[in-house]
Design a protein around this ligand. Sequence first.
Ligand SMILES: [Zn+2]
Length: 101
Amino acid sequence: MSGLNSKAKRKLRRWVLAEFGDGTTAPCAMCGCLLTIDTLTLDHYPIPACLFGHLTESNVRPACGPCNAEDGKRLDREYAFLTREERRLARRRILEQIAAR
Ligand SMILES: [Zn+2]
């Protein structure tokens, strides 16, 4: 779904550990538990996958498996009934909020 092969994902996980942590560990963006290269999962953020977000250095944050799964379920519920056009609008709103910061 993300379009990244496992090698590219591993590279991105290393980048996230360095960018959000000390290069070896990084805290989960949601619960704060410490993650390593083996436990870290890549969370699509700020644009979730269901709003056409891709895993790139500008759209990723560290998450533990349980938080990422929970957040994915929450987003799926939140966006489940949106049409493609409504998802585009929701995506644009998020981007506008970021730009306004
Ligand atoms: Zn967590």
